[in-house]
Design a protein around this ligand. Structure first.
Ligand code: MN
Length: 427
């Protein structure tokens, strides 16, 4: 029993109805306070909680923590600790903010920060980033559009969680604007590429998990132990320039069409907090190789939503999906990732791949929602979207719903600015 998950627990911090952050959540993140100091924190309701100050005030007494673990600029040192320590800290936070234990008001002033007075920072220094491709409907849709509806899934897809290694340095936190990327593209039936701003800028609705310290090089993590190495999850937007991607991806896969930016939501929701929302995934047939077999309920029921807004209109929902639609679960992904002896480190990020359900309203990219631009989506100001325009903002949200509360991730919000002017050496 994870004490922090007690569904009857209430906090002395007010939690608005439908808040993503009841006392049962207790996510971890990094924020900059109004005095510009950065600290590791959590959130209940609309208050961010400074864990470093809580530590200084001796609230974590008895838990084996280094005295600067919450003073760091990211969660990586905390991630190096093991799951039992993460759990002790989360359980302790639940106790501190339980309605039975109201905090001295002098302490409250030092520890609590209204969410609109802080700035959320990158929670983790991501060492390595891998993007899976684990939604069957997404893989099918892309296969239909770019290959053949009769052979939409490539022969390996049902046998392994396919993935590519992405770029860690350009992972950015919610609220960070991006510029429309430039690159090579083929236009119309031309065989000669041109250079310019992407015309087919797209989002990919994904979730990602963050790892703790894995095993050494040469060792493997199996599916039954994989969750010990998963700290928590965030929303992930794998920005994609479809024209750049289409021209460059043969034969080595995604490169500049993807690595200009990927956005994450700022609070890492622990796997523990998501425990009550486990469900069974779809039956995997054909049967997998033994190292990919697993026991128990490994999918999680998390509602996902994408909205677009612009200077002209308020956020408009364009997709409602669910994390449960993944064919390959996180334990299988991690087992596959390490089956060859690849080492996993604290602060690695592994994204799910675009999550698309079975019907068009649940597709996780504009590529699929507009079916390669053939079915534009009407916006409230009368304009249409095949792909994203400059000054559009993409909003993603995720939450798991229980009877008495919901465990949410907050918002992942990114605005698109026009392409930056380029200068080139001329000869
Ligand atoms: Mn992706």
């Amino acid at each position: 029993m994870i004490k922090a998950n007690d569904s009857n627990r209430k906090s002395w911090i007010p939690v608005p109805k439908d808040s993503d952050f009841p006392i049962q959540n207790i996510p971890f993140g990094v924020f900059k306070k109004s005095n510009k100091q950065t600290c590791i924190g959590t959130r209940i309701g609309d208050l961010a909680i400074d864990l470093n100050t809580l530590y200084r005030l001796n609230y974590f007494e008895g838990i084996p923590l280094k005295n600067d673990v919450f003073e760091k600029k990211n969660l990586n040192e905390f991630l190096k600790l093991k799951k039992p320590i993460w759990r002790l800290v989360r359980d302790r936070i639940a106790e501190i903010f339980d309605e039975k234990n109201r905090m001295d008001s002098l302490y409250q002033k030092q520890v609590l920060h209204p969410i609109n007075e802080i700035e959320m920072m990158m929670p983790v220094k991501v060492g390595d980033y891998t993007d899976f491709y684990s939604s069957r409907q997404h893989a099918y849709n892309v296969g239909c559009m770019f290959r053949d509806p009769n052979n939409a899934l490539l022969p390996n897809w049902l046998h392994m969680p396919v993935a590519y290694h992405g770029r860690a340095s350009s992972i950015i936190v919610s609220g960070t604007d991006i510029h429309r990327p430039m690159g090579q593209q083929l236009v119309g039936n031309s065989t000669q590429p041109i250079f310019g701003p992407t015309k087919l800028l797209d989002f990919e609705l994904e979730m990602a998990f963050i790892t703790g310290q894995g095993k050494a090089l040469g060792e493997q993590i199996n599916t039954s132990e994989a969750e010990n190495y998963i700290f928590g999850m965030c929303i992930f937007n794998d920005w994609s320039a479809r024209d750049l991607q289409k021209w460059e991806y043969v034969p080595l896969g995604p490169f500049l069409g993807k690595n200009f930016a990927s956005s994450i939501s700022p609070w890492i929701v622990t796997l523990d907090a998501l425990e009550p929302f486990r469900i069974k995934g779809e039956v995997q047939a054909p049967s997998t190789l033994p190292y990919l077999k697993f026991q128990g309920r490994k999918n999680i029921d998390i509602n996902l939503e994408v909205k677009i807004s612009s200077n002209e209109f308020e956020p408009q929902t364009i997709s409602s999906s669910n994390f449960k639609y993944l064919y390959w679960n996180m334990s299988q992904q991690l087992a596959h990732h390490s089956i060859n002896g690849c080492n996993i480190n604290a602060g690695d990020l592994m994204a799910s791949g675009t999550i698309s359900g079975n019907n068009p309203g649940t597709y996780g990219s504009l590529l699929e929602l507009t079916w390669k631009g053939t079915k534009p989506i009407k916006m409230p100001d009368g304009t249409e979207r095949k792909f994203l325009k400059d000054h559009d903002t993409v909003h993603m949200r995720a939450h798991a719903k229980a009877k008495k509360y919901q465990i949410g991730f907050g918002e992942l919000r990114t605005k698109i600015l026009p392409a930056k002017k380029q200068s080139f050496a001329s000869n």
